[in-house]
Design a protein around this ligand. Structure first.
Ligand code: NAP
Ligand code: MG
Length: 385
C-alpha cells in the first residue's frame, strides 16, 4: 500500500513543485528478487555517497511472500541490510497535531526515542540447560590467555543466554545521540540498568560520559541543553511526568519496547517520523510503519482505502530539509516546512484518514480516502506557498 501512497505523494505533492534530482532504487520485492537483492546494497551505498536518502516501507519476505511473489530466496530485511551498511541509530519522533491528544495529559512536546540498533539480545546465543551441571563464561584472548567464570551451578534444568556489544558500536550510538540532541536543541536522557549490570550496562554509561566530556559538553552548554544519565526505572517515571521535548536514548531492547509505548501513547504509528543517523553523518528517512498490507489487499479487491500518508510525507520533508541544509538551498527547506504545515493543518481542520477518525477531537470531522486526503493537503500547500 505504501508503494501506492509513495506514487501519489510524488505525483501530487512533490513533482509539481520540486525539480527532484534523485537517484531511484526500486526496493519492491520483485526487483530485489531480480537483482538477487543487490539493489538494496546499492541503495545503501547511494545514501553513503549523497548523504541523504528517503525510503518507502518495504516487505520483509517470509514463507507466504516467497510463494506470493515466487521468490528465489527469503531475502533479508532491507532495513537490516541498510542499517548494517550505514551502522546507525534510529530516531523516532511523534508528529504532534492539535485535536489528537496524547494519552498522557502532561505531554505537550514530542518525545524522541533513540534506539541503539546493534547487539544485546538481538545477536545473542541461547542454550536450554537440560539438567544438573555447571555453566561457565569463558573468554579466550588472542594471546591464548583464558578467563573463566562460573555463571551458575545448575541442580536442575534451566536456561542460559550469552550476549555482547562492542565499544565501537556504543561510541557511534553515543555520538549519533549527542548530534541529534544538538540539532533538535533538546535535552538528552540516557538510561540503562547499571546498578544491576555493573560491567555491561556500566560500559554504556561510561562511554556516553567520556564522549560527552571530550566532544560535546561545550556545544551542549552553548546550546543550553543538558545531558543527563539515570536508571531506566527513573526515566520511565520522569517521562510520564514530563511535558516531553526530550530525546531518550535507549539500549536496543529498551528502545524496541519503549518506542512502541511512546508511539501508542501519542496516538498512531502513522504519525511518527523515523530517521536513521549514521556515525559518518548520513541520513536515511522513512516511515515508522510497514507497508500496510491489509489495506493493500482491500485496494486489490477494488475497495476504497483510507490509509494515512503522513509518515511517508514527513519522510520526504525530512530528507528535503536535510538536503536543503547541506546544499544551502533555503527555498527547499522552506518548501518542506510548508508541506509539513499543510499536512498538519489538514488534520487540524478535521479532514482525516480513517485511523485518525476516532482519535481526533476536531469539531467537524470528515473521513476521506487516501487520494482525497493528499489533494486536500495540496490545496493548503498551494495557498501556503
Ligand atoms: P504495518 O504495515 O505497520 O501495518 C499494521 C497495521 O497498522 C495496519 O494493518 C493498520 O491497521 C495500521 N497502520 C499502519 N500504518 C498505517 C497507515 N499509514 N495508515 C493507517 N493505518 C496504518 O505492519 P504489518 O501489516 O505487520 O506489515 C506489513 C509489511 O510491512 C510486512 O511485510 C512487514 O515486513 C513490513 N514492515 C516494513 C517496515 C519498514 O519497511 N520499515 C516496518 C514494519 C513492517 P488496520 O489494519 O487496523 O487499519
Ligand atoms: Mg517493537
Amino acid at each position: 500500500m505504501t508503494r501506492i501512497i509513495w506514487k501519489l505523494v510524488k505525483d501530487i505533492l512533490l513533482n509539481p513543485y520540486v525539480d527532484l534530482k534523485t537517484e531511484y532504487y526500486d526496493l519492491g520485492l520483485a526487483h530485489r528478487d531480480a537483482t538477487a537483492d543487490k539493489v538494496t546494497e546499492q541503495s545503501a551505498y547511494a545514501i553513503k555517497k549523497y548523504g541523504v536518502g528517503v525510503k518507502c516501507a518495504t516487505i520483509t519476505a517470509n514463507a507466504d511472500r516467497v510463494k506470493e511473489y515466487e521468490l528465489k530466496e527469503v531475502w533479508k530485511s532491507p532495513n537490516a541490510t541498510i542499517r548494517s551498511i550505514l551502522d546507525g541509530t534510529v530516531f523516532r519522533t511523534p508528529i504532534i497535531v492539535n485535536g489528537i491528544s496524547p494519552f498522557v495529559k502532561t505531554w505537550r512536546r514530542p518525545i524522541t526515542i533513540a534506539r541503539h540498533a546493534y547487539g544485546d539480545i538481538y545477536k545473542s546465543l541461547e542454550y536450554r540447560v537440560p539438567g544438573k551441571g555447571r555453566a561457565e563464561l569463558v573468554f579466550t584472548a588472542e594471546s591464548g590467555e583464558v578467563s573463566r567464570q562460573t555463571i551458575h551451578d545448575f541442580s536442575g534444568p534451566g536456561v542460559i543466554m550469552g550476549m555482547h556489544n562492542l565499544d565501537q558500536s556504543i561510541e557511534a550510538f553515543a555520538r549519533a545521540c549527542f548530534r541529534f540532541a544538538l540539532e533538535a536543541k533538546q535535552d538528552l536522557w540516557f538510561s540503562t540498568k547499571d546498578t544491576i549490570s555493573k560491567t555491561y550496562d556500566h560500559t554504556f554509561k561510561e562511554i556516553f560520559q567520556r564522549i560527552y566530556e571530550d566532544e560535546y559538553r561545550q556545544a551542549f552548554e552553548a546550546a543550553q541543553i543538558t545531558y543527563f544519565y539515570t536508571l531506566i526505572d527513573d526515566v520511565v517515571a520522569r517521562i510520564i511526568r514530563s511535558e516531553g521535548g526530550v530525546v531518550w536514548a535507549c539500549k536496543n531492547y529498551d528502545g524496541d519496547v519503549m518506542s512502541d509505548m511512546v508511539a501508542t501513547a501519542f496516538g498512531s504509528l502513522a504519525m511518527m517520523t523515523s530517521v536513521l543517523m549514521s556515525p559518518d553523518g548520513h541520513y536515511e528517512f522513512e516511515a515508522a510503519h510497514g507497508t500496510v498490507q491489509r489495506h493493500y489487499y482491500q485496494h486489490l479487491r477494488g475497495e476504497e482505502t483510507s490509509t494515512n500518508p503522513v509518515a511517508t510525507i514527513f519522510a520526504w520533508t525530512g530528507a528535503l530539509k536535510k538536503r536543503g541544509e547541506l546544499d544551502g538551498l533555503a527555498e527547499l527547506v522552506d518548501f518542506a516546512t510548508r508541506l509539513e504545515q499543510a499536512s498538519v493543518q489538514t488534520i487540524e481542520e478535521g479532514i482525516l484518514t480513517k485511523d485518525l477518525g476516532e482519535l481526533s477531537t476536531a469539531p467537524q470531522k470528515r473521513i476521506v480516502n487516501t487520494e482525497t486526503f493528499i489533494r486536500e493537503i495540496d490545496r493548503r500547500l498551494a495557498s501556503l506557498l
